[in-house]
Design a protein around this ligand. Structure first.
Ligand code: BGC
Length: 775
């Protein structure tokens, strides 16, 4: 855990240059706009600790799989999001010396990620080896208004001299991925040009053939006036630049404005890329830096209007939740159904920028409540479009007749993961994809999605489960052998309770969905039946499995068993582990972890979280009290589920502890791995901890329910949710809860099981003494 960043409600601030933590800062201060994003690398050269990172959403490379022992069924490649052309680079030479913070004396260093307005700012005074002192202020942003544009304002003021400064703004496509399996480069050059005021470079990914054109233009001003300058274009392989030499006066600011446009063949025909790039830059120049920045601030103000959570009385918690919301909004905007949310967003290479079950299990609720309905729907459609690949994927493992197994990790629908115990066995992911359909419909009421695409996906998933279970003569039950549950610290176990439960639920829900389509639109049902060659006998088989599934349980303890053999393990509690042994995944051998009872992340509890309405509170409590003390929370996805369950069980203190752990995970480098990138998908879990945890928000029978409580330290907290045309601001303070309906649509909802109607554009105040706590 490292706490070197300042607490500030609207910004992330680093005071003083913590060069030893620079890679962590590069992750935390990352920028993005849904279309492209980047780590917070410096504009000027830096030879200290750094990891370059610029990424373009949806542009990936199939890196040939590397494994020790090949197993049939392994994917041929791991699709990874590519490190793309670096467009932020500006080489700076001061009186002939290359400026590099690693070799300077640095004073007054401040780095700020301004979340309110959506920009990154750095300012400092640096003394170079040649004795020259300069003040630098560098600001940049990735526009969320024109999502193919980025802009930089880079200013240098000589403090103890007048002399020459050489700026070399460049575009560098000669880059690599740190995680390349064979140390290969993934890009080929298509074309490049560099002239007096601009430069362009188009690169093409090997194998996948994506083309990305990056362009730049620039201007220089001194004392607020644009000046003329000589520029020397430079071009070499995958690299274009322009050298600009200016004479700078002591105490006077010279500013280089650099505009960049990044366009890809995802959105333009390759032949049109250069023109599209130029068009973007024309617009940037016409508007100018200040206007672009103002528009950026205004667009972020709207985003905050829709999704802010305000916490009064706890600045650390306030900063943290805003950081999580900011990163989520920077990562995914929902405008393009081909895109998804990688576990690290645009902040690092780890996890290859690919899609995991994280999206369905953790991210959907955030986008459902804070964005237009189409955003969550696009995430569902993404999987629908990949159904054929999921069927193919199941086929590779020997399943047939339309059974679909969605990949553990994917970019285009094909499986990329290649550890047998996860690729072949961590199949619960299929359940999360079905659950997300249910969650979307429960929230929006848009049941027509079943007809549009949902039922087809559900049928494929159900067919998989129906083939994956087998009848045990011994138990006279259906069992599921050789699986890995969400807890990856046990592999190849039999009857993981969570997997069996969600499989059975999927079968029931798929049957419901097919019946629904049949009832509503018989002609569409007939078309679906013929398309997927569906037989009514399948429904019978599904029903038989649902009725006869084996669920491991210990009646004495009153808990569901994570798997048949869980109680054979030596039962030790996390509190009795020496601190030096943790995190287990860095300190223990894999063998020792697998045989231990320690749990990486919510597993049985994940099921109780998803399906809480099917269990009584005491059952949830017994399982929580049993499993949480055995859980090491070594996945970032773990604390949020525990925060929500603890809140439900009335354990407000623990709920708050888990919240802090999830919300400040990256800001405080809790798991010692933020330098690889931020835990973007778990940030949606943090949002859930506030809204579903402290706010107690649930949807039941098409209506919103709240059961708010306020953590001891806070004076108040409020969040916004959009629900079926109404926009609500729910504020809980020491004396009660107020619900403001900021829309023209009246809504009736429940607070602690009591019904209230909140008229259009009006507010209901519920005093604490009027609340009958259900806890
Ligand atoms: C977790 C998975 C998760 C993945 C990506 C792993 O550590 O165990 O559940 O999908 O990270 O976030």
């Amino acid at each position: 855990m490292k706490q070197y960043l300042e607490i500030n409600e609207w910004s992330i601030v680093e005071e003083g240059f913590h060069r030893e933590h620079n890679k962590i800062s590069e992750s935390v201060f990352s920028l993005g706009n849904g279309r492209f994003g980047q780590r917070a690398n410096f504009e000027e050269d830096f030879t200290g600790e750094t990891m370059q990172g610029n990424y373009v959403a949806g542009v990936y490379y199939p890196d040939k799989t590397r494994v020790g022992w090949w197993k049939n069924g392994y994917p041929e490649y791991f699709a990874k999001v590519l490190n793309a052309t670096n467009w932020v680079g500006i080489k700076v030479e001061v009186e002939g010396e290359n400026f590099d913070l690693e070799h300077c004396e640095v004073k007054e260093f401040t780095r700020e990620l301004n979340m309110r307005e959506g920009y990154l700012l750095r300012s400092f005074v640096a003394k170079l080896k040649n004795g020259k002192e300069i003040k630098v202020i560098a600001q940049r942003f990735c526009s969320i208004v024109n999502d193919d544009l980025g802009a930089i304002r880079y200013s240098v003021t000589p403090l103890n001299f007048s002399g020459s400064i050489k700026f070399t703004p460049y575009l560098d496509g000669d880059i690599k991925n740190q995680d390349a399996n064979y140390d290969e480069k993934f890009w080929d050059e298509v074309s490049k040009t560099a002239d007096a005021g601009s430069a362009y470079i188009t690169l093409k990914t090997r194998k996948t053939g994506f083309e990305v054109c990056t362009g730049m233009r620039f201007s220089v001003s001194q004392n607020g006036q644009t000046i003329n300058f000589e520029s020397k274009p430079i071009a070499r392989e995958k690299f274009v630049a322009n050298e600009i030499i200016v004479q700078a006066q002591q105490g006077e600011e010279t500013v280089l404005y650099k505009y960049a446009a990044i366009v890809s063949s995802l959105n333009h025909a390759p032949a049109d890329l250069l023109a599209a790039c130029k068009k973007g830059l024309d617009l940037a120049e016409r508007k100018g830096y200040e206007t672009l920045l103002q528009e950026q601030a205004a667009a972020w103000a709207t985003k905050w209007e829709e999704s802010d959570i305000v916490i009064e009385g706890d600045a650390a918690a306030q900063q943290a939740i805003r950081f999580n919301i900011f990163q989520l909004n920077q990562t995914y905007t929902g405008e393009d159904e081909r895109l998804n949310i990688g576990p690290k967003g645009f902040t690092g290479e780890k996890y290859g920028g690919s899609t995991y079950w994280d999206t369905e299990a953790y991210c959907i609720p955030f986008y459902l409540a804070t964005a237009d309905q189409k955003v969550a729907k696009n995430l569902l459609l993404y999987r629908h479009k990949q159904l054929d690949r999921a069927i193919e994927n199941a086929g590779k493992l020997g399943f047939k007749d339309g059974a679909a197994l969605y990949p553990m990790v994917t970019m285009n629908g094909e499986e990329c993961h290649n550890e047998w115990e996860i690729t072949f066995e961590e199949i619960h992911r299929n359940g999360a994809i079905a659950y997300a359909i249910y969650d979307y419909i429960r929230y929006t009421g848009d049941e027509s999605y079943l007809t549009e695409a949902g039922a087809e996906v559900l049928a494929g998933i159900a067919r998989f489960w129906a083939q994956r279970v087998n009848w045990s003569e011994d138990r006279q039950k259906y069992v599921m052998l050789g699986v890995t549950g969400p807890n990856e610290y046990e592999n190849n176990v039999n009857n993981n309770w969570y997997t069996n439960y969600i499989a059975s639920w999927c079968l029931e829900y798929a049957a419901y969905a097919l019946n629904y389509v049949n009832g509503q639109t018989p002609d569409k049902y007939a078309a679906l039946v013929s398309k997927i060659n569906f037989k009514t006998t399948e429904l019978e088989k599904w029903a038989h499995i649902v009725e006869n599934m084996h669920y491991p349980e210990d009646k004495k303890l009153g808990v569901y068993l994570q798997q048949d053999g869980y109680l054979d393990k030596e039962q030790i509690l996390v509190k009795d582990l020496p601190a030096a042994d943790r995190p287990l995944n860095q300190k223990w051998s894999w063998d020792r972890i697998l045989r231990s009872c320690f749990i990486k992340q919510a597993d049985v509890l994940q099921g109780l979280f998803f399906f809480e309405d099917k269990f009584d509170v005491e059952t949830i409590r017994r399982n929580f009290d049993f499993y949480e003390p055995r859980t090491v929370h070594e996945s970032s996805l773990s604390p949020c589920v525990h925060a929500i369950l603890a809140a439900k069980l009335g354990d407000e203190k623990r709920a708050y502890e888990f919240y802090l752990r999830t919300s400040r995970l990256d800001l405080d480098d809790y798991n010692n791995d933020t330098e690889d990138g931020c835990h973007t998908t778990s940030m949606a879990g943090t949002w859930m901890s506030v809204v579903q945890g402290f706010g107690g928000m649930r949807v039941r029978n098409g209506q919103l329910h709240f059961a708010p409580f306020i953590p001891g330290k806070w004076n108040s907290f409020s969040f916004k949710v959009g629900f079926r045309g109404a926009l609500l601001k729910v504020k809980t303070h020491r004396n009660g809860t107020s619900i403001q309906n900021q829309s023209n649509k009246p809504i009736s909802l429940f607070v602690y099981e009591q019904e209230y109607t909140v008229g259009a554009n009006s507010e209901v105040e519920i005093k604490k003494e009027d609340l009958v706590s259900s806890k």
